[in-house]
Design a protein around this ligand. Structure first.
Ligand code: ZN
Length: 315
């Protein structure tokens, strides 16, 4: 079982305040929260703000369910890097006797997992994952590559926590750039600056920093160090409820990783053979940005600064 990280007193107090105000809806399971009407208005406004910020790139829009094929998770090495965060879908495939036994155990809240078997599906851990095979299936990309807006998809991370900013399922607003290395790196740098500006424009105390993913185990610590040394990951941090600022956006450069897994290539302009594409993605945590706004401006939307409301088109 994953270790439950109890919230700090500040995190627990903020969560209680949000539930009291019907911004969030508790489920009894840490990190699994519903959202009230006003919270959803904020989240949709943040989503739309990001859409407007990226409109000049005319990204191709795609939308996916919060599930990916199990095979894909296996191919990209997710279970090596983040076995502790993955969630798989299991389902029942037995006879009537087994169903009755499963129901008996379940009614007593006992372990009924022996009646379940693994399906072809896993929960999507990052909203960009379905994009790479979808683009690769088209064959070599034109030399300029492609920008994809993967929407605000639900993603799953198995990390139950009492911090309202650490959910087990949340919306990750992802954008993906696939192309030549320089184009991909330029795009990521541009978005990193744009994201800091965007978040400051809605009254958040945003700054960026070099970061690493929460890789698993001892070899994971080495991966994390190398990721930092190569500056493959940036994050934008803002204060929410934790003593430390919380990451609300991340900018990841994968080099040729997804090209190798999915066979993503770019056509050369001069008739030369196609070369491996590089990829980068950026993800905004929509719930986290909404929480940061509530933290910064209070729970009464009507009392938020006029310029913030205007920027978010919250009327
Ligand atoms: Zn991504």
């Amino acid at each position: 079982m994953a270790e439950l990280q109890a919230g700090t007193p500040e995190e627990s107090a903020f969560l209680a305040e949000l539930i009291d105000a019907r911004m969030l809806i508790g489920s009894g399971v840490p990190g699994l929260l519903g959202r009230g009407e006003r919270f959803e208005r904020i989240r949709a406004a943040v989503d739309a703000l990001i859409t407007r910020a990226g409109a000049d790139e005319e990204p191709e829009r795609m939308a996916f369910p919060p599930l990916i094929p199990r095979r894909q998770l296996e191919q990209i090495g997710y279970l090596k890097s983040f076995p502790h965060l993955a969630g798989s879908v299991f389902s029942f495939e037995g006879d009537e006797a087994a169903a009755a036994e499963q129901e008996r155990k379940a009614s007593l809240h006992q372990d009924w997992s022996e009646h379940q078997s693994q399906t072809d599906l896993v929960l999507t851990p990052a909203a960009c994952y379905p994009v790479y095979p979808a683009i690769a299936a088209r064959g070599p990309l034109p030399p300029e590559g492609v920008v994809v807006d993967a929407g605000g998809a639900y993603v799953f991370r198995h990390e139950p926590s009492g911090d309202p900013a650490r959910l087990q399922m949340f919306h990750q607003r992802e954008m993906v750039r696939i192309g030549a290395p320089e184009a991909v790196l330029d795009w990521r740098a541009r978005w990193r600056d744009r994201a800091v500006e965007l978040l400051r424009s809605i009254g958040l105390d945003a700054r960026f920093d070099v970061a690493n993913d929460p890789f698993f185990g001892r070899s994971g610590r080495m991966l994390a160090r190398s990721q930092r040394a190569q500056e493959l990951k940036f994050e934008v941090l803002v204060p929410i409820a934790s003593p430390q600022p919380t990451a609300v956006a991340s900018f990841n450069y994968h080099q040729e990783h997804f090209a190798e897994v999915h066979g993503l290539t770019i056509a050369a302009s001069d008739g030369q053979p196609a070369s491996a594409a590089h990829t980068a993605c950026l993800g905004f945590g929509l719930e986290r940005i909404s929480l940061a706004l509530l933290r910064a401006h209070g729970l009464e939307l009507d009392r938020w600064p006029a310029e913030v409301r205007e920027r978010l088109e919250l009327t």
